[in-house]
Design a protein around this ligand. Structure first.
Ligand code: PHE
Length: 513
């Protein structure tokens, strides 16, 4: 679905380049540590068996993380090395545990801090190890407190001990204590061995196959970096509305301000019956040809039609009626059944007017803005699909003057005030008028739309009351969008050549009134 989704798709495809950019970035950063990479390759070459990354880091005097980085960038280069992740568990002392190992237990340090003449309990408590050490030394009866001492409670040694200590090397895994001095830690490292294409020199891998490489044949000698299909693309910051959708929003706003109701347009596939026959467009009309219309091969035919209405349509085409002489040809249901991509949104208007005719009549104002398809020769301003904007008003006794008036009101809201009407022909409207507006920039009159009063041959078979007239007009969404955003080629607006930056940067649409 070109217009709506192609910018999004293109942005997804765009992530391909971003990803290879990421490859280069990571390769670039590893190049900064070429020293570590080369030293590691040297170690691996000399080692018989393999090298442990922790030991290698210690041996080279670099941080283990830096060495792991070197391993990763070597792995990305193919089978230069093979690295197996290993984890080992070992005991480690906590901060407090390290302090005890270095300076002795808290109680031993309390004991050592007390001089022969004793120490006030308050002074002892000021020491970092005082609190715990005091209670442990007390319960071991190494010290005593003279509570009645003048100048406050005073602590004295009770025994003579000479302390020696050794670092405890085995611990029970008793986690119930809140003071966990030793901890069991997992350390990860790599066991690095030579890969199948081991070498101590690194050849740069290509990240992109260029047209030059293909032309010269040099790609045969090059080494290519494998694609990382797991790499994530860069997520777009946010969604962006395509200019066509921005302008559609404005048109929708105008219709809503004028009291119009939006018609349901969610069927790109339509039967020829609703697209042409119901609109009194004869079956041999050139627009119904393969050259103008896309036909569906599967399902080729539609089957579900209101039978009595279909009979009335057949009759008005072949024999006439309602004061008309008809086209006088043999109308065939097989032709009406043919499924096509709708060529105009007037097919939607026909369905809605038929529906309206099945109820007690009330005046309505309907609009639609959606996609239609035509088998056009493609050029700078034409694609095989585009959007139509359509307005329909049904009421008793509407005249051509009402149509002109409403067109003036509508186009004034777009900022277009100078209008001219030129007689035209549509199979379903009589009279029909092309709408022209004076373009200040081009200094000439340009066509901005098509309009008309629907024919009785279309409305009366539907069952609408005889005094009800329906006026309608249509225009393309693409033309005002291209003018508004200064785009000269339709391919810059729709399709795979659309510059996403243009979509991001285009401001919201304001149609000056
Ligand atoms: N269906 C016409 C077109 O495709 C536009 C139109 C709509 C004309 C309504 C008259 C009335 O160009």
């Amino acid at each position: 679905k070109g217009t709506l989704f192609s910018p999004f798709l293109t942005s997804l495809l765009g992530s391909r380049d971003v990803t290879s950019g990421l490859f280069q970035a990571s390769q670039g950063s590893s190049m900064a540590d070429t020293g570590v990479v080369e030293s590691l390759l040297g170690l691996v070459e000399k080692a018989d068996g393999g090298v442990d990354s922790l030991e290698a880091a210690a041996g080279l005097g670099v941080d283990h993380q830096l060495l792991v980085g070197a391993v990763k960038s070597l792995q990305a280069l193919g089978d230069l090395i093979s690295a197996e992740l290993r984890s080992s568990k070992h005991w480690e002392l906590s901060g407090e545990g390290t302090e005890i190992a270095e300076q002795g237990s808290h109680e031993a340090r309390v004991f050592g801090s007390i001089p022969p003449q004793g120490l006030t309990q308050s002074d002892l408590m000021k020491l970092s190890f005082g609190k715990i050490g005091f209670s442990k030394a007390m319960s071991s009866k190494w010290i005593r407190v003279d509570k009645a001492h003048e100048g406050g409670p005073r602590v004295f040694r009770t025994v003579r001990i000479k302390f020696t200590w050794t670092v405890i090397t085995a611990f029970s895994e008793n986690r119930s204590s809140t003071r966990v001095l030793p901890a069991f830690r997992t350390v990860k490292s790599y066991w690095i061995t030579k890969g199948s294409s081991f070498s101590t020199t690194i050849t740069k891998q290509e990240t992109e196959l260029t047209p030059e490489m293909i032309a010269s044949g040099s790609w045969k000698e090059k080494k290519f970096k494998p694609y990382n299909f797991q790499a994530m693309g860069v997520a777009p910051d946010c969604g962006h509305m395509h200019p066509l959708m921005k302008v559609r929003t404005q048109f929708r706003q105008i219709f809503l301000e004028m009291g119009f109701t939006e018609m349901p347009t969610n069927n790109f596939i339509e039967s020829s019956f609703w697209n042409f026959d119901s609109l009194f467009q004869p079956q041999q009309h050139p627009a119904r040809d393969q050259h103008d219309t896309f036909f569906l091969s599967d399902p080729a035919l539609a089957h579900d039609f209101p039978q009595d209405y279909l009979e009335r349509v057949k009759k008005v085409h072949s024999e006439g009626g309602y004061g008309s002489q008809g086209y006088k040809y043999a109308w065939k249901v097989e032709e009406a059944q043919k499924n096509i991509l709708r060529t105009h949104t007037t097919a939607v208007s026909a369905r809605m007017l038929y529906k309206l005719a099945q109820q007690k009549f009330t005046p309505v104002k309907y609009f639609s803005i959606d996609r239609v398809f035509r088998n056009e020769t493609l050029d700078a301003t034409h694609l095989a699909e585009f959007h139509q904007i359509e307005g329909v008003v049904a009421d008793r006794g509407l005249t051509l003057g009402d149509l002109m008036g409403i067109l003036h009101a509508f186009f004034t809201k777009l900022g277009i005030t100078k209008l001219r009407f030129k007689p035209a022909y549509n199979p379903y409207t009589e009279p029909s008028m092309e709408v022209f507006s004076y373009h200040e920039g081009l200094k000439k009159w340009v066509e901005v739309g098509n309009s008309g009063v629907f024919r009785p041959e279309m409305l009366l078979p539907m069952g609408l009351p005889e005094d009800v007239s329906v006026i309608a007009w249509g225009l393309s969404l693409e033309r005002p969008t291209m003018i508004k955003y200064g785009i000269n080629n339709i391919r810059e607006l729709v399709g795979h050549k659309v510059n996403l930056q243009m979509v991001y940067d285009s401001p919201v649409c304001r149609l000056e009134s």
